[in-house]
Design a protein around this ligand. Structure first.
Ligand code: KG4
Ligand code: ZN
Length: 356
């Protein structure tokens, strides 16, 4: 039997340094290593771009070596290398992209550049059960600290934006609420946990852009409403929001975000006649979003696919899933591919060419 064709994928667009090895032909995941930089950025209350670049630089070798070791292979066993080329923090992207291109060149194997959003859109494909991998077309809701958008996904290189936030990302709304409440960073998971003990109906929070004429979002109104509510609470009680009130507030904010996200996502599935919704991005790790998406999908004849939590936050398995699909189509990228902080998903196919 011939040796498996193995792909090493690298992700470094924000504050996770990640590497994974997958089998190109079967899609089986052989290893996945994620180094989170949360501790390095926590005391600043958010990601510091220059710090992120330096952290990636100091960690990438170790992360790649661990991914190869966990897969039980050496670099010489690789068939191809993939890396995220954008969008993201430019200095952070440069580390993983340059490492990936250099490794591919050194090994004389194909290199393939992956758009970070295509990775999130394909994270759910990392399933050993082939029947459970979502088949395009589907609507992808990608919701993280930097992105909140809906895409029509027809296949890798064939994604189109159908709606997006006009101001803050949903993850940013979680994080800023947590910061205002003194809960720490990143705030999404902390709010998720507190909300489980809260009663959302005790505090009214607004929903923006409910109209059905487009698929865009807005979260700045909610952010202002939370600030106003917290300031009024402090003025009235002379104390910070705590105890049951804190849990109720977290539940109310979480429900408002989830409501807005799913209202437009389900609307897009129905209007565009694509009855399949796939979630991705760090906020897709949220318990309420995960359960409500499945429930509201069932109520509206929309099939909902939610990746495991570890594949929602940034990781390299999702980059490998997109990279493998490109390799199977015979596509790769020139080593002249440059990193882009703000590259649209529609331009992703220009980053690749048919293999000569
Ligand atoms: O995709 P990701 O790891 O990185 C970005 O590209 O931003 O997403 C990080 C975001 C943060 O805003 C974080 O607060 C949010 O995902 N997040 C959550 C949960 N876990 C992570 N938000 C809500 N509930 C969660 N359980
Ligand atoms: Zn991401």
């Amino acid at each position: 039997m011939s040796a498996a064709r193995l792909l090493l994928a690298i992700e470094s667009s924000c504050d996770e340094t990640a590497a994974a090895v997958v089998d190109v032909d079967t899609g089986a995941v052989r290893s996945s290593v994620v180094h989170s930089q949360v501790d390095a950025h926590a005391r600043f209350g958010g990601v510091v771009p220059e710090l992120a670049s330096r952290e990636h630089l100091s960690r990438i070798d170790d992360v790649v070596v661990r991914a190869l070791r966990d897969a039980g292979i050496g670099a010489a066993d690789l068939h191809a290398v993939a890396a995220t080329y954008g969008p993201g923090l430019i200095g952070a992207l440069l580390v993983g992209l340059t490492y990936g291109k250099a490794l591919a060149q050194g090994l004389a194997v194909p290199f393939v550049g992956v758009h970070h959003i295509e990775g999130h859109l394909m994270a759910a494909c990392a399933n050993d059960d082939v029947a459970q991998r979502p088949a395009p077309p589907y609507i992808g809701l990608v919701v993280s600290g930097g992105h909140t958008a809906l895409y029509r996904f027809e296949g890798v290189g064939k994604a189109t934006l159908v709606g997006q936030t006009r101001d803050d990302a949903a993850g940013e709304c979680f994080d800023k609420t947590a910061k205002l409440l003194g809960l720490g960073y990143p705030g999404g998971a902390l709010i998720d946990r507190l909300a489980q003990r809260g009663d959302a109906s005790r505090i009214a929070m607004p929903r923006s852009l409910r109209d059905r004429s487009h698929f865009d979002y807005s979260f700045s109104g909610l952010k202002t409403a939370v600030r106003t509510w917290v300031e009024a609470y402090r003025a009235r009680t002379g104390a910070d929001v705590a105890g049951q009130d804190l849990c109720d507030l977290c539940a109310a904010v979480q429900l408002a975000i989830v409501d807005m996200l799913l209202h437009k996502a389900i609307l897009a599935c129905r209007r565009l006649q694509v009855p399949r919704l796939v979630l991705g991005g760090g906020v897709a790790a949220n318990s309420l979003l995960r359960s409500e998406a499945v429930k509201r999908g069932a109520d509206n004849d929309v099939e909902v696919i939610v990746p495991p939590r570890a594949l929602c936050t940034d990781n390299a398995v999702m980059i490998a899933m997109a990279g493998r699909a490109l390799l199977l189509e015979g596509r790769h990228s020139p080593l002249s591919l440059v990193a882009g902080a703000d590259v649209p998903v529609e331009g992703a196919s220009a980053a690749r060419q048919p293999r000569p």
